[in-house]
Ligand binder design. Structure first.
Ligand code: 4AD
Ligand code: MG
Length: 480
């Protein structure tokens, strides 16, 4: 028999026609009320059984975590919290769950810490919090595609395995098919990658940008949306070793156009979530309020989750040059009182997340786009300004998150790029194809990368990035 998603059933009018739902038991109270959830919505459907009409053996197996099929008429609900419920005529247990074992897992009906949920990541999507986060994540990824597709961008798949280091930072995972013990050596005694699968050194990509640039130079406007990998030893609530990045790249677009695009794009996807994830966001908002109760008043946010999301759409991001930002930071209270871990003394300093968050949360109190950074602290491909010391880089900084987007206008001048690569020690022979782009019809072009998990973190209000991706990978952790 066909079954109906609970999200659809809950929106239906009461009717004498029978409906069938399938899902997992959340609770079974008084041998009478089964709360069933099938993942289609955060809401459960209440199924009412008259226990006299059912076999004891069946009822005994209706326990938290079990999967069941329920059929009955959809009637107006007598209880609070729902408009309709199922008056059960048939119930079948499809998969049992031993209560003794369930008791030891996060499926048991009590509060579990997020850490505990992470340890049982194969079960955590059955909790309200993770169900909500993962539904929002899915909706957001659809919004990403919708935004670009509606604005004339083509979706481009950059390779996962690559020979180049797009960021020039050397934080890569090696990909090899050589034996780990006694690999073939060259004359100098180093591992001889000429004998490896690809006959060269390869690694997992840190960014699809360079390949996206090649496609922007033919398709005009492109975007990637795929996994990227960083072997940086950052054990923070905002870093993953495997994360998803969205990277638009646009020909004939300068940095101002790039900032406009980033702002418009973020506003669109955040609004999409507000419009399409109401039940989940309501739940996550209340979760956050609960969580904040344990914090001192001063650390609680003065805006609700959905107010914060609306604020993004209603206010312009503040655009500030790096040089202005350094002045603000240098004269700031936490800098003068040495409250920052890294004190800002002079122009040229790299900004840490404490500085970014000060600018966004304390000083401007809105999202900030910083631009024109010192060339020395940014990647080789960024376009050099006429001052000879800053580059056309931009970072979008968000409250609670810090950097959510990093991007730039690209260096389109062959000679300048070549010189930059030489001084920064970027291998020219490996990236000859990237240089070639500047020889065959080069043009002003720009792009950026948005860390998808940081976006999901912002929209769901989750404090730790490990709780917005199904199976997080971080230093010392590749479980599941
Ligand atoms: O600033 P990043 O390193 O820039 C690039 O990779 C450029 N190639 C992008 C481009 O211009 N096409 O990374 C971009 C964004 C960051 O702003 C951040 O949101 C996210 O990617 N990110 C991470 N997210 C989670 N875990 C990590 N380890 C991340 N590293 C960067
Ligand atoms: Mg960056």
């Amino acid at each position: 028999m066909k079954h109906t998603d609970i999200i659809t059933v809950l929106k239906s009018e009461p009717s004498l026609h029978e409906v069938t739902v399938r899902g997992w038991v959340r609770s079974f109270r008084s041998n009478r009320f089964i709360a069933v959830n099938d993942g289609s919505t955060i809401k459960n459907i209440q199924c009412v059984v008259d226990f006299e009409n059912f076999e004891e053996e069946t009822l005994k197996n209706i326990t938290t975590g079990a999967s069941i099929e329920v059929t009955g008429a959809l009637v107006e609900s007598q209880g609070a919290g729902q408009t309709v419920e199922i008056q059960v005529t048939k119930v079948a247990v499809l998969g049992t769950a031993d209560p003794e074992e369930v008791k030891l897992t996060i499926l048991s009906p009590k509060r579990h810490s997020l850490e505990k949920l992470r340890e049982q990541a194969h079960l955590r999507v059955r909790t309200n919090t993770f169900g909500a986060v993962m539904r929002v994540r899915s909706k957001l990824s659809f919004a990403v595609h919708q935004y670009f597709q509606e604005n004339g961008f083509y979706y481009m798949n950059a390779p996962i395995i690559t020979g180049s280091d797009a960021e020039g930072a050397g934080e890569m995972f090696r990909v090899t098919a050589l034996p780990p013990t006694n690999p073939p050596l060259d004359d100098a005694g180093n591992v001889n990658y000429k004998e490896d699968f690809f006959e060269k050194e390869t690694n997992l990509t840190v960014s699809g940008q360079l390949e996206a640039e090649t496609y922007a130079m033919g398709l005009g406007k492109v975007y990637t949306f795929g996994p990227t990998f960083r072997a940086e030893n950052s054990n923070t609530s905002r870093h993953l070793a495997e994360f998803w990045m969205i990277e638009p790249e646009v020909a004939f677009c300068d940095l101002d156009g790039n900032m406009d695009l980033a702002e418009d794009f973020i506003k669109y996807v955040v609004k999409y979530a507000l419009d399409n994830c109401q039940d989940d966001l309501e739940f996550l908002e209340n979760r956050l309020v609960d969580e904040e109760k344990s914090k001192p008043q001063a650390e609680r946010s003065d805006m609700s989750l959905r107010d914060k999301l609306s604020f993004i759409g209603e206010n312009n991001f503040k655009r500030v040059s790096y040089t202005e930002a350094i002045e603000i930071l240098r004269n700031s209270k936490p800098n003068k009182k040495k409250k920052f871990k890294y004190i800002i003394n002079e122009w040229g300093a790299d900004l840490q997340s404490e500085h970014e968050r000060f600018l966004v949360e304390k000083h401007f109190k809105c999202p900030v786009i910083l631009f024109d950074y010192p060339a020395d602290i940014k990647s080789f491909y960024m376009r050099l300004n006429d001052d000879g010391k800053t580059v056309r880089a931009m970072d979008v900084l968000f409250p609670g998150i810090g950097e959510i987007v990093g991007g730039s206008q690209r260096e389109e001048r062959y000679d300048v790029l070549l010189q930059k690569m030489e001084t920064m020690g970027i291998p020219k022979d490996e990236l000859y194809w990237y240089l070639d782009l500047r020889k065959f019809g080069t043009c002003v072009h720009s792009g950026f990368g948005l860390g998808f998990e940081r976006l999901v973190q912002f929209v769901t209000g989750m404090g730790n990035i490990r709780d917005v991706i199904p199976y997080p990978r971080s230093p010392g952790n590749a479980e599941f």
